[in-house]
Write a protein that binds this ligand. Structure first.
Ligand SMILES: Cc1cc2nc3c(=O)[nH]c(=O)nc-3n(C[C@H](O)[C@H](O)[C@H](O)COP(=O)(O)OP(=O)(O)OC[C@H]3O[C@@H](n4cnc5c(N)ncnc54)[C@H](O)[C@@H]3O)c2cc1C
Length: 460
């Protein structure tokens, strides 16, 4: 395929195999993925995206969309196809008075954090700064501010979208409301989002950080955490984790590589309340490590970035949990004891609080009544250990299945088949398929957790 017609018509570059930048351009976060696209289009503006979409469609080339390149399954790339790379579309404009931000589709979370923090504002997003706002938002977006402000999509006001036809539309509550509904959870199925407009929260500094207990206390710690957070105000957030303590400062040397459980807290209420709120938490235990203190919100959002640089081997699986039953706790402890290295971990992300204040049918993101999204993540820098971390992850996931509520967060899935995708969307799948049929009947955008176009009335 000759891409010169495309490269002549756009401001950005088109990178093909053999070009000096090709290896760098095709590298994504998960080192397990090794895909070789026919061309990577480094878009600089919406017109470039339109040209790339039209080129891909007219020439019938499989086309993928790359935001931050963090997708575990490697859905930012396609073997032998065209990649619409948005990394250079990374402008952010904050309107501090209106408490909104206009964010281009290729921005990373850390850039959004930095730009909003300057104004004492924050967007609920994810826990690693190098993640792309594009994929994270379109899949839902959960993190330290979920209990306070909901998912990232719950703060989404508008999108500019390049459709499969090449048409550019604005999707919000009034313009293309069906598309706007689908974009809030439906992933990259409906078009290329060139910019997002978000509502921002008044959050500047938070009282936050990790607190660990020895693994022997895991059962009591999980039960205590469950009870404490059940009726806690939305200002108190904490995700539960099993891990090995990383063998590096600032962690104390006597804890290096020890298996522990713990919570990474984030309290967004008044600072003069901190002592009262954390008194029972500190009295339970006491913790073997307590790094909870007042820090700027971006420091929390990037706290683990250095531990997880790009290029490592990643394999993950996910569940939704309604409650921490004895069975769920047993499985977590069993596999917590078998964690193979200090990168591998499991996190239980709370999705109650403000996430529950939005109805299951109000956005495409269907599972609004579960309390946690659990991710089980096997990570290792060495490709020789890919099998070990993958097996741990798969076995843990299988063992937890009887204790989970069914379905999983699309952004924590590998390529796991159509039934899993349907389960992720539950009752919303049929409506998503109908909207897909309206906006992308030929399934041009299919390199994603794919929703097949299907008119509702066809009944098939
Ligand atoms: C280290 C790490 C930490 C994470 N932490 C969190 C977390 O705290 N919370 C959370 O919710 N998720 C988290 N995730 C999951 C993350 O949301 C997904 O991996 C998501 O796909 C990443 O988005 P991206 O833009 O970086 O991905 P990419 O790999 O670039 O894109 C993934 C898919 O998203 C779609 N896409 C991306 N951008 C656009 C766009 N602008 N328009 C249309 N489609 C687009 C495309 O379909 C693409 O195939 C994390 C992932 C990693 C690897």
């Amino acid at each position: 395929m000759n891409f010169s017609k495309l490269s002549d018509s756009i401001s950005g570059e088109v990178i093909v195999p053999g070009d000096q930048q090709y290896e760098e351009a095709r590298a994504i976060y998960n080192g397990m993925i090794d895909k070789r696209p026919a061309a990577i289009v480094k878009c600089q503006n919406t017109d470039d995206v339109v040209a790339a979409v039209n080129f891909g469609r007219e020439n019938r080339i499989e086309t993928a969309i790359r935001g931050g390149g963090h997708n575990g399954a490697g859905l930012a790339l396609v073997d032998g196809g065209l990649v619409i790379d948005l990394a250079e579309m990374n402008e952010i404009k904050v309107d501090a008075a209106a408490k909104t931000a206009r964010v281009q589709g290729g921005c990373l979370l850390k850039d959004v954090d930095a730009a909003t923090h300057e104004h004492g504002l924050a967007l609920p997003s994810g826990i690693i700064g190098t993640t792309g706002i594009g994929g994270l938002t379109l899949g839902g977006g959960m993190g330290y501010l979920s209990r306070k402000g909901g998912l990232t999509i719950d703060n989404l006001l508008e999108c500019e979208v390049v459709l499969a036809s090449g048409e550019v539309v604005t999707a919000n509550e009034h313009s293309h409301p069906d598309l706007f509904w689908a974009l809030r959870g439906g992933g990259g199925n409906f078009g290329v989002v060139t910019s997002f407009k978000f509502h921002l929260l008044d959050v500047k500094n938070v009282y936050a950080g990790p607190m660990f207990w020895p693994l022997e206390k895991a059962r009591a710690a999980m039960q205590f955490y469950d009870e404490l957070t059940k009726d806690a105000p939305n200002d108190l957030y904490g995700f539960f984790a099993f891990l090995r303590v990383p063998p590096a400062p600032p962690f104390p040397e006597h804890l290096w590589n020890q298996k522990v459980c713990g919570v990474v807290w984030n309290y967004t209420g008044p600072m003069d309340e901190v002592e009262r709120v954390f008194k029972p938490i500190r009295e339970f235990g006491p913790p073997v490590l307590d790094f909870v203190s007042e820090i700027p919100m971006p420091a929390l959002n990037s706290m683990f970035d250095a531990l997880y640089p790009p290029g490592m081997q990643w394999y993950w699986r996910a569940h939704y949990l309604d409650e921490l039953t004895d069975g769920a706790i047993d499985v977590n402890i069993k596999y917590g004891e078998k964690i193979p290295n200090f990168h591998t971990t499991t996190h239980l992300y709370p999705i109650d609080g403000a996430v529950h204040e939005v109805g299951s049918n109000e956005t495409a993101w269907a599972i609004r009544d579960a309390r946690w999204a659990q991710v089980i993540v096997g990570v290792d820098p060495d490709a020789a250990n890919a099998g070990t971390v993958t097996d741990w992850c798969k076995n843990f996931h299988t063992a937890l299945t009887p204790h989970a509520r069914g379905g999983a967060y699309v952004n924590f899935m590998m390529e796991e088949g159509q039934e899993k995708i349907k389960a992720a969307y539950g009752d919303n799948y049929a409506k998503l398929a109908a909207i897909k049929a309206e906006y992308d009947a030929d399934n041009f955008f299919h390199v994603n957790q794919n929703i097949k176009p299907q008119l509702e009335s066809s009944g098939v």
